[in-house]
Design a binder for this molecule. Structure first.
Ligand code: C2E
Ligand code: CA
Ligand code: CA
Length: 661
């Protein structure tokens, strides 16, 4: 019984099903009203009687007007989207009621007309009435409650009336209609079930589709972003660059790439662990993001490499100028200390910029160019900005070539060391020698050290080269007792965590006394990594090794500052000796440096002394040691020994070696 009642019950528990039912009605109900209109007109034409205007004209007219108004209402509803769930439920509720009332009114009207109609009109009336009922039920089929209610109300009223009228002559028709109605109820019920199943499976499909979309969006995000920083990754950057290429004709200088590489990131990882490295990356990303304009795309394209993709706004500066301004700000930000794992780190970045100034450059090519410019900035000393130009390409190719040759050259013993004497200014005695690297047996011809050392520093090959020089020189000069040895050390070597240990190892292996060794370094390392530099210099000093600041006068370091690093010597750069004459400006400058260094217990070595005037002034200014072509050029060991030979057997007379001038 309950199941039967449920057939007539309007179920609004599934809003989506209700929405679908409503949507189907938007097509079916105007059709239903159309059929009803046709039937009403047909009955009116069949049964029109001048004597019964109310029954055969006004009543059908009223029905037609109502039917047209309702049909228009449904046609004007547009999409179901404009209604919320409650409104749709209300409309469906009304749809369950209105057709029932309509059916009753229609049936009553037909019965009313039937009474006075002729035999022909009567058969027409029953035909149209049955037709109306069947079509109403079919049109309402998607909403079971409405279809069932209409079916029962119309059948019951029809059957009751027609089994009674004319002495039960129409009883068979009534029974047939009841059977048709029963059949329709069954069809409606099963159709309704399939309809809700279709809606249900469509919903499941839709949900699955949403889930798949969400999943693929998530995958896309993972594939195109960097998990640590959340920034775009290299793949995303390349995809964006390709999109530029596909869709746009780019104006010249409208697109620029800033390539940013952290200096010394590897070292932070090595010394403080990967967590600290990650923390540093996050801090850097945060700083970069803060500086980047909204339309710029910041990407992390490698461990410590970032890019900013910039488009120039119309009417403003070109992309290259905008990028340069931004890059300057980025460098300033990077110079601020970073607190990582309770350590204050001083980092810097090397920046390369490339823009499509020549219009021909493919956006991906810009990335390569910016990378190359960055590489150039790195080799020029850290914390620099370089803008791409074509010469860099040739320079890079040459660097790659030299890089390969250094590797094989070391294996084949192509390198040598030249020794240049360092003399005591007061006595003229050779007190030490500077070891200078040479590459005489390079297959492609000899290269000046400045050139290949720059490459070796950038590629990291300086570590093996530096250790080779130190070991060779210790063995060579170890045989000349009493003679000091000065060896150049690159900032890159110093940054290597095991550097101090490696130096001490070599001293142990070669038996070279640490007190006779002096390491020369330039100030660039001190400025980029003060904390680490102090630790390394102190360890070396503790072992008894002297430290000299090379090329003094070309940088900004104050002598006081140097003292705190444990430097024992400063080497005045040869450029300061230009025009060094008594009373000259150069003499005042050198004098100031010597006085201050002496006051701080540091010795001063003047390098690049080429003439007697310079030597004379330096002696007068109490410079401690001198080095330069005047006393001897860098020469191979055999020559260096010959050079010392006039002063007897070195091994016996050291350190009393004297150079007669
Ligand atoms: P530096 O350390 O400043 O070396 C001094 C340079 O000045 C040497 O050039 C030397 O030949 C040159 N020189 C010496 N006396 C005079 C002079 O009176 N007049 C002039 N005009 N020049 C003079 P070199 O040998 O070409 O070395 C150039 C640079 O290469 C060195 O500059 C140093 O920075 C680097 N270098 C050389 N050997 C090594 C090495 O074994 N390791 C490292 N890390 N760097 C090295
Ligand atoms: Ca030097
Ligand atoms: Ca020097």
């Amino acid at each position: 019984m309950r199941a039967i009642f449920q057939l007539f019950d309007l179920d609004n528990s599934d809003p989506e099903l209700s929405r679908e039912q409503f949507r189907s009605f938007q097509g079916h109900i105007p059709l239903l009203y159309g059929i009803l209109l046709c039937n009403t007109v047909a009955i009116t034409v069949t049964a029109f009687d001048r004597q019964h205007f109310a029954r055969t004209l006004f009543s059908p007219l009223a029905i037609c007007v109502f039917v047209i108004v309702r049909a228009i209402w449904w046609l004007r509803q547009g999409s179901a989207k404009q209604f919320d769930d409650a409104q749709i439920a209300r409309h469906l509720g009304r749809t369950c009621a209105v057709p029932v009332v309509m059916t009753l009114i229609f049936n009553l009207w037909v019965v009313w007309v039937f009474q006075d109609a002729g035999a022909y009109a009567r058969s027409n009336l029953t035909f149209f009435l049955a037709l109306s009922q069947v079509s109403t039920v079919f049109c309402l089929m998607t909403l079971r409650a409405a279809a069932m209610r209409v079916a029962v109300v119309s059948t019951v009223s029809f059957a009751l009336y027609f089994s009674w009228v004319e002495g039960g002559q129409l009883l068979p028709q009534s029974l047939v209609l009841c059977c048709v109605c029963g059949g329709m109820a069954v069809v409606t019920h099963s159709f309704n079930r399939s309809f809700s199943e279709v809606v249900q499976s469509r919903r499941t499909l839709h949900n699955r589709q949403l889930e798949t979309e969400k999943l693929s969006e998530k995958n896309r995000r993972i594939a195109f972003s960097d998990p640590l920083s959340g920034l775009a990754n290299r793949r995303e950057l390349l995809a964006r660059l390709d999109r530029f290429d596909e869709h746009q004709h780019l104006r010249a200088d409208s697109l620029a790439i800033i390539f940013f590489d952290l200096d010394g990131f590897k070292q932070v990882n090595d010394e403080h662990g990967h967590q600290a490295g990650d923390e540093l990356i996050r801090t850097v990303c945060h700083r970069l993001l803060e500086q980047c304009p909204g339309h710029a795309i910041l990407a992390r394209v490698g461990g410590d490499e970032f890019t900013v993709l910039l488009e120039a706004d119309d009417g403003t500066d070109g992309a290259e100028a905008v990028a340069l301004m931004l890059a300057t700000r980025l460098l300033e930000q990077m110079a601020l200390p970073v607190l990582v794992d309770r350590h204050v780190l001083q980092i810097s970045g090397s920046i390369g910029i490339a823009s499509n100034t020549d219009e021909k450059a493919h956006p991906r090519e810009l990335l390569r160019r910016a990378d190359m410019a960055m590489y150039h900035a790195k080799t020029q000393g850290k914390a620099q900005i370089a803008i791409y130009n074509e010469e860099l390409d040739q320079g890079r190719l040459r660097s790659i070539e030299i890089e390969g040759q250094i590797g094989s050259g070391l294996g084949r013993g192509e390198f040598d060391i030249a020794y240049q004497p360092i003399i005591d200014a007061a006595s003229g005695a050779i007190v030490a020698t500077e070891a200078l690297l040479r590459w005489p047996r390079r297959a492609q011809g000899s290269l000046p050290p400045d050139e290949f050392i720059e490459v070796a520093e950038a590629t990291g090959q300086i570590h093996s080269l530096g250790l080779y020089v130190l070991e060779r020189a210790c063995r060579d000069i170890g045989k000349l007792p009493g003679l000091g040895l000065s060896v150049n050390v690159s900032p890159a070597q110093f940054r290597h965590p095991g550097f101090e240990g490696q130096v001490l190892n070599i001293l142990r292996r070669t038996g070279f006394p640490p007190e006779r060794l002096q390491l020369e370094m330039t100030e660039s390392y001190l400025l980029t990594n003060p904390g680490l530099a102090i630790r390394a210099t102190q360890a070396l000093r503790a072992a008894g090794i002297s430290l000299a600041l090379d090329d003094f006068g070309t940088g900004f370091t104050s002598i006081h500052y140097l003292k705190s690093y444990g430097f024992t010597h400063i080497k005045i750069d040869k450029s300061l000796l230009n025009g060094l004459e008594p009373g000259s400006k150069a003499a005042m400058l050198v004098s100031g440096a010597i006085l201050l260094a002496s006051a701080l217990d540091m010795n001063v070595i003047a390098e690049g002394v080429e003439n007697e005037t310079q030597a004379h002034v330096l002696r007068a200014l109490d410079c401690h040691e001198m080095q330069g072509y005047l006393f001897g050029k860098p020469v191979p060991l055999s020559e260096f020994r010959r050079f010392l030979a006039p002063f007897g057997d070195l091994e016996e007379h050291a350190p009393g070696l004297r150079l007669v001038r």
